[in-house]
Design a protein around this ligand. Structure first.
Ligand SMILES: NC(=O)c1ccc[n+]([C@@H]2O[C@H](COP(=O)([O-])OP(=O)(O)OC[C@H]3O[C@@H](n4cnc5c(N)ncnc54)[C@H](O)[C@@H]3O)[C@@H](O)[C@H]2O)c1
Ligand SMILES: O=c1ccn([C@@H]2O[C@H](COP(=O)(O)OP(=O)(O)O[C@H]3O[C@H](CO)[C@@H](O)[C@H](O)[C@H]3O)[C@@H](O)[C@H]2O)c(=O)[nH]1
Length: 326
């Protein structure tokens, strides 16, 4: 055991996806017993950790079937998470995120499952008035995806109060990097770093820079890129610190903002590829700057991101990208 906690029997919903597969690997390495539940709507069967039990199906339906076996907790990653799609097909997000999570909470309550760690998002804050963003910032999501995650956060708060659930929501900023054979391979990819790396592999001619008229030093948008392994480790700490009857919410970022141009430059350095970039219009709804204050996670969970070097994050993503092609 690396996290000084006794072995737990856990369900990981969405464990065939990017973040869920990395967290599953870290949980198993720490000695926990993991059942992955995933419908493979955006995940990959070969991303499920070989030492995890895998049940294919809807997170809420499968949980209702198996929670009676007696689990110590659920880590809930399964979700729809494409911001653009959430604006054109909102029902998919209210159904797939909110309704599914509510059914999962009900199944947990019915079976007395004590702990929940939920993947929330920086998108719950919308366009912030303050930077870095603390958890006390107003939650005013600008898209349906963020609104659906905020609604789930509210539902979790009421289940914790009413039924004694020990719950933690982790609001991720921009997750990046990889962990060995686990990395980002969304079929519909919208995230900056994997898209830039597709230029280096020759799968894309250039990267479009969405907007060069932002009020930032180099006029491109700034984001807080957090290494997926640092993020995964916060989940282990959250499990350990979850307290019955409380719903705690933590922002997770590395605390440093990097602009789109800085990310492209890092990708050029790491890959040695010139990576042509073309300025394109702003993407609708993109805030200028999103940087986390993770002070609360530091103070209360003892979490400290260790892989904050941008070239290191890109380098891990690049190693993963190349390993998938060889
Ligand atoms: N990647 C990021 O930058 C980021 C940032 C903030 C929050 N998040 C949140 O983190 C979580 C994981 O994100 P990801 O990037 O790994 O996404 P992903 O699409 O790679 O993983 C999601 C997984 O959930 C599965 N799934 C979806 N709906 C399901 C359902 N109803 N039942 C069972 N399985 C289902 C998918 O098949 C997939 O394997 C999501 O909740 C997302 O909203 C991600
Ligand atoms: O081809 C591209 C893709 C992205 N960007 C820009 O790069 C930045 C990062 O974009 P992206 O990687 O798509 O992440 P975000 O839009 O910041 O959203 C991510 O990070 C949020 C938290 O900050 C999460 O809530 C979301 O789920 C997750 O998709 C943004 O300024 C984009 O406009 C480009 O310029 N060109």
């Amino acid at each position: 055991m690396t996290d000084q906690q006794s072995a737990l029997k856990l369900i990981v919903t969405g464990g065939a996806g990017y973040v869920g597969s990395v967290v599953t690997a870290r949980l198993i390495e720490a000695g926990h017993q993991v059942t992955v539940v995933d419908d493979l709507s955006t995940g990959h069967a070969d991303a499920v950790h070989p030492q995890a039990r895998f049940v294919q199906g809807d997170a809420a339906e499968v949980a209702a079937d198996i929670l009676g076996e007696g689990f110590d907790g659920v880590l809930h990653f399964a979700a729809k998470s494409l911001v653009g799609e959430s604006m054109t097909d909102p029902a998919k997000y209210w159904e797939g995120n909110v309704v599914t999570s509510l059914r999962l909470l009900e199944a947990m309550q019915a079976n007395g499952t004590p702990r929940l760690v939920f993947s929330s998002t920086a998108a719950t804050y919308g366009e912030p008035d303050v930077s870095p963003i603390p958890e006390t910032a107003p939650a005013q999501p600008t898209n349906t995806y963020g609104a659906s995650k905020l609604a789930i956060d509210h539902a979790i708060t009421s289940f914790a109060r009413a039924h004694g659930l020990a719950a933690v929501s982790l609001r991720y900023f921009n997750v990046a990097g990889a962990y060995g054979s686990s990395g980002e391979r969304h079929t519909t990819e919208t995230h900056l770093i994997p898209l830039v790396l597709q230029v280096a592999t020759g799968d894309r001619e250039h990267i479009s820079i969405y907007g060069d008229d932002y009020p930032t030093p180099d006029k491109t948008a700034v984001r807080d890129y957090i290494h997926v392994v640092d993020l995964a480790d916060a989940h282990l700490l959250a499990l350990r610190h979850a307290t019955a009857g409380e719903h705690r919410i933590y922002n997770l970022g590395s605390g440093t903002g990097f602009s789109v141009l800085e990310v492209v430059e890092a990708c050029r350095r790491v890959t040695g590829h010139p990576i042509p970039a073309v300025v394109a219009p702003r993407r609708a709804g993109d805030p200028s700057v999103l940087v986390a204050s993770s002070e609360k996670a530091g103070d209360e969970l003892g979490w400290k991101p260790e892989r904050t070097d941008l070239d290191g994050i890109v380098s891990d993503a690049w190693d993963f990208t190349q390993s998938r092609r060889s």
